[in-house]
Every structure is written in structure tokens, then in C-alpha cells.
Design a protein around this ligand. Structure first.
Ligand code: HEM
Length: 543
């Protein structure tokens, strides 16, 4: 017999239902009120500075998976809105206050503000927040992620290795590697070489140069570094680590073991890379022990890998590194030392391919400085300022270190310079825990500093010295990039050889114009650093 509700039961049921609806409604109202109160508090925190009011903070899972829209800017908004963002709000420093979830932050495209937060002086009120440095800490504490006394120790240990002997070696090895590439990839047998993804060669080059010069690895173009079991090249492992770093950063740790292909690749790459580093460290330790015993000459071992391993062994320095710090620094130097340079070289070649007149101007300088027969020498470097400018300008438009995240570790203030044309500044309070993000894309597309910032114009850097702080893509102040001269030495040498021997042109799709190619190809993609889409190029040997 079908079960039916009596009148009394029906009333009770409706009563319970309405109780449930009432309870849900009350919870919803309480939730909305608490969010609204929190939102108001957050607006106070940023002194009601104009800015974005999205649902989520950009560096959260929704920020990563949902494309850039007005209600969810996502991780790419500083790139997607690079021409308008700060104009919209009439300020070079804006706030970002999510109304659903995530911390508040200030984003700045102003260099004076960047100096106040990212300069990294001893008395700084701002530190690198650990939750965002996590992607750099997979393998252990290191120079890039560290702060305070730990940072000072790591920097003091590493900085002396970045000297003229190193740059001499970088130059020599880049020349050698260029010739190896020409021979082993068969470029010497063809007059036209198509590279559908130029990053394949720029990444290989940059990894080999950091490996040879910074670590003394015995690899070359034909036999690049591979994992201990031979199953994965280290270039591939580092690419996967970089591509999947957002999973590692934002997904809870337990999810990393789930049986999805991306996660499996991530685990394999991490394991292979870790084994590779352990094997290299073991080999280096053996050498150091033999050298200490006087049975091996140590004059050739001046690379920073030796410095790190010695510090781990408690030799040669008062500064001791733990095992985790050793492996953390090995990873960071291999990583920072190649991905940044490789992306920027790909971008520079992409722009030079479409701006033929700029390419010709640079070619003429190369030939006038080095001739067409002999390889350039390191002493030519200062005279190849147009080559350096081509690289600098690529790095301005695609700054591989695209955001520098800092957090106030005590209550402090910031001086925000008034808009262009108005003297003075406005001081705003910054409560402890507030994030201040230096938007390097914003800085480098800021019309206050660059005329027609959207244009690729290497000439703006002609004559600008290698150390000049007017060039900001390597950051500023005591925490500026330690590898700047390393990167520019490698880039100038490689570009000088390549552009002297070959013309570079874009590989266009049928019916595609150069302008359309530029729109399609010279577009950013975020991995661990800011990269560029696959750049397809044609190299034609100059006769
Ligand atoms: C185009 C190439 C490069 C660019 C645009 C670049 C950019 C940067 C930026 C913006 C920072 C500051 C990051 C922050 O404070 O959050 C930085 C730091 C650093 N870079 Fe580079 N970099 C490049 C190449 C290199 C190379 C080749 C190496 C090593 C050989 C290197 C090693 C480092 C290190 C160790 C730091 C940390 C310095 C410190 O905190 O004391 N970089 N780089």
C-alpha cells in the first residue's frame, strides 16, 4: 500500500522543511555578512586604494584554471592588461581585494615603490612570503627563496664565484657550444634550417652553459646531461618541473600521488632530477676528497658547484651549508641559470626575425667589431652594445622574473609617488602581512619610464652599461640578479655568432602576415618564469 502523509505529518514535514530553509538562509546571511565585513576590513587595509575587486586571488586554483576575466583576473592578468591596467585606475600602484577568497595585495608598476619593497636592504620591512616561494623550495632552502640572515649567508657564499674568470669561461664555452650545435645538428650541411620551436635550441644551449661553467659538468651538444638510468634528459626533467610547478604549488600535497599523467610525469621528473643531482654531488665530493688528500690537482675547480659542495663539507669557508641547502642551491642555480636566459633568447630572436632592419643594423655592428672570419672575443663584448640591447629589449618586453612578491613582516608605510606631472608622494600605511607585488611587466611597460613601451626598440639601450640600474628586468638593489653578467655574456656571444652567420626570419603560416605572426607567437605563457609561445624560425646561412 503506498505510503501517504496524514495531514498532521504533512504539517510536521513542512515545519521541518521551513526550519531547514530558515537555517540555510541564516547560514547564508551570516556567511554573506562575514564576507562583507571581511571585505570592508580588507578595503581599509589597503587604504581604499583603487583597484581590482575580483572573486579570487590570482594565485589560487580558480585563478590558475579560469582564464582572465573582469571577475577573475587569474595569473595572467598583468600580461593580458599590460597596456591599460594602471591607466584604468589612474594610479601606478593599485589594490587587489578579492570578495570571495584570498589575501589582499597591492600591485605596483612604479620603480620607487619597487625599491622600497624589493630592494632587500638589511633593514627591509618586506620579506618573500614562504607560501609563494614554495615552488622554489622543492629541493631545499636556497639563495633565491631565502630571507634575512640565511639569505646573507647564501649570497656571501655564492657571490665571489661570479667573477671575470667565470665570464671568460662562459664566453669560451658558448663559442664552443655554438660550433658543436652547427656540426652535430647538421647546420653546416644545409643553407636553410627551419626550427619550428626555437626554444629547443635556446634551452639546450642555456642548460649546457650553466652546467659546464657553473658546475663543471662534462657534457656537450651531442651528449647533453641525462638521468642516471638514461631514461630522461635533464632538459626534459627541468621543463616538466617548471611546467607542473603550479600543481606542486597550489594542489595539496596528498594529490601529488594521484594517478594522473601530468602528476605522474611531475613525480618522475622530480625523482630523476634529484637522482641526477645526488650523483653529481657524490662525484664532486670524491674529487674534493682526492684534492684535499693532495692526490688531485684542484686548480681547475673554481665553479660555484665546487664552492657549494665545499661549504657542505665544511671546507674552504666559515659558511656551512646543510645537505638540503646544498641540493636546494644546486637546483636553483641550474634552474635560474638556464630557463630565464633561454626564454629571453627565444624572444630576442623572435623580434629580430620580424624587424629585419634592426637585425641588419646589429649584423653590421657584429661584422665591424669581429669581422666575418674569426670568432668574437670577450674583449669585443663592450663594443657589441647593439647585440646586448637586442637582448635587454627582449627582456624588457618579456621579463622572465615577471612578479616579485613581498610581504610586510611588520606594520610599515609606503610612499607612493604622485602621478606624472604632480610633485611629491602620498604615504599609506601597510599593516603587517600585506602583500606588495612588484609587477615587472607593469614597470617595464610604464610610459613614465619608456617612450612607446609597446614597441621593440633595442636602440633605447644603446650605450647603457652592463651594470646600469636603468635596466630593471634583473631587479634592483642588494637582491638583484646574481647571474646578470653571466646571462648577458652568454647571450651576446651566442647572438653575435648566430646573427653573423645566419639571417633569421619567422616561419609564417599560409596567408599570415608578420604582424599576425607577432600577435600569435610573441605572446606570453607562464611557467615558473614568464615564457613565450613556441617560436618558429627560419635560419638562412649568409654567403
Ligand atoms: C635573462 C636572464 C635573467 C633574468 C631576466 C633574471 C631575473 C632575475 C630577477 C628579476 C631576480 C630577482 C627575483 C626576486 O627578487 O624575487 C633574479 C634573482 C636571481 N637570479 Fe636571475 N635572471 C636571469 C638570469 C640568471 C642567471 C643566468 C643566473 C645564474 C647563473 C641567475 C641567478 C639568480 C640568483 C641566484 C638570484 C637571487 C639573488 C638574490 O636573491 O640574492 N639569474 N633574477
Amino acid at each position: 500500500m503506498p505510503h501517504t502523509l496524514s495531514g498532521k505529518q504533512g504539517l510536521e514535514f513542512l515545519g521541518e522543511m521551513s526550519l531547514f530553509v530558515k537555517a540555510s538562509f541564516t547560514i547564508l546571511v551570516a556567511f554573506i555578512i562575514s564576507k562583507a565585513l571581511k571585505y570592508r576590513r580588507n578595503l581599509q587595509t589597503v587604504s581604499y586604494l583603487p583597484g581590482l575587486r575580483p572573486a579570487f586571488f590570482p594565485m589560487t586554483i580558480p585563478g590558475l584554471v579560469i582564464p582572465t576575466t573582469w571577475w577573475n583576473p587569474g595569473i595572467m592578468f598583468t600580461w593580458a592588461w599590460r597596456f591599460h591596467l594602471y591607466k584604468w585606475f589612474g594610479s601606478e600602484t593599485i589594490s587587489l581585494v578579492p570578495f570571495l577568497s584570498g589575501p589582499v595585495a597591492l600591485y605596483t608598476s612604479n620603480l620607487d615603490v619597487a625599491r622600497q619593497v624589493a630592494g632587500g636592504s638589511v633593514t627591509t620591512n618586506f620579506v618573500k612570503p614562504e607560501q609563494f616561494s614554495r615552488s622554489l623550495l622543492f629541493f631545499g632552502m636556497n639563495l633565491v627563496a631565502a630571507d634575512g640572515e640565511t639569505w646573507r649567508t647564501h649570497r656571501r657564499l655564492m657571490a665571489p664565484s661570479f667573477n671575470n674568470d667565470l665570464y671568460d669561461l662562459v664566453w669560451t664555452e658558448t663559442l664552443k657550444t655554438y660550433h658543436e650545435m652547427i656540426r652535430s645538428d647538421g647546420w653546416d650541411k644545409e643553407s636553410i634550417i627551419d626550427q619550428p620551436v626555437v626554444q629547443k635550441i635556446t634551452f639546450k644551449l642555456a642548460l649546457l652553459i650553466i652546467g659546464k661553467c657553473g658546475f663543471g659538468f662534462p657534457f656537450d651538444w651531442a651528449t647533453p646531461p641525462i638521468s642516471e638510468d638514461g631514461s630522461m634528459s635533464m632538459q626534459e626533467a627541468l621543463r616538466i618541473i617548471s611546467d607542473t610547478n603550479t600543481y606542486a604549488l597550489f594542489l595539496p600535497k596528498w594529490t601529488h600521488d594521484l594517478p594522473f599523467k601530468k602528476l605522474k610525469d611531475m613525480r618522475t621528473a622530480h625523482a630523476q632530477f634529484r637522482n641526477f643531482m645526488h650523483a653529481q654531488i657524490a662525484t664532486k665530493k670524491d674529487r674534493i676528497h682526492l684534492q684535499s688528500a693532495g692526490t688531485m690537482d684542484d686548480s681547475a675547480d673554481s665553479d660555484f658547484f665546487t664552492t657549494l659542495v665545499r661549504a657542505n663539507e665544511g671546507q674552504g669557508s666559515k659558511l656551512k651549508l646543510s645537505d638540503d641547502e646544498l641540493i636546494g642551491n644546486v637546483f636553483i642555480m641550474l634552474f635560474a641559470g638556464h630557463e630565464t636566459t633561454a626564454h629571453t633568447l627565444a624572444v630576442a630572436l623572435g623580434y629580430l626575425a620580424i624587424y629585419e632592419e634592426v637585425q641588419e643594423e646589429i649584423y653590421e655592428q657584429i661584422v665591424s667589431v669581429c669581422g666575418t672570419e674569426n670568432d668574437p672575443e670577450l674583449s669585443h663584448y663592450p663594443k657589441l652594445d647593439k647585440v646586448l640591447a637586442a637582448f635587454y629589449e627582449a627582456s624588457r618586453l618579456f621579463p622572465s622574473g615577471f612578479i616579485m612578491i613581498r610581504e610586510a613582516h611588520r606594520d610599515t608605510t609606503l610612499q607612493l609617488p604622485n602621478p606624472v606631472g604632480q610633485e611629491g608622494h602620498t604615504t599609506i600605511p601597510i599593516p603587517k602581512g600585506t602583500q606588495v607585488i612588484v609587477d615587472m611587466i607593469g614597470v617595464q611597460y610604464n610610459p613614465r619610464y619608456y617612450e612607446k613601451p609597446e614597441e621593440y626598440r633595442p636602440s633605447r639601450w644603446y650605450g647603457v652599461g652592463n651594470e646600469s640600474e636603468t635596466f630593471t628586468a634583473f631587479s634592483i638593489g642588494p637582491r638583484a640578479c646574481l647571474g646578470r653578467k653571466f646571462a648577458t655574456t652568454e647571450a651576446v656571444c651566442y647572438l653575435a655568432m648566430l646573427l653573423r652567420d645566419y639571417t633569421v626570419r619567422p616561419i609564417l603560416r599560409p596567408g599570415e602576415s608578420k604582424e599576425q605572426w607577432k600577435e600569435r607567437v610573441l605572446d606570453a605563457k607562464v611557467v615558473m618564469t614568464l615564457g613565450v609561445q613556441d617560436v618558429p624560425l627560419r635560419f638562412t646561412r649568409r654567403t
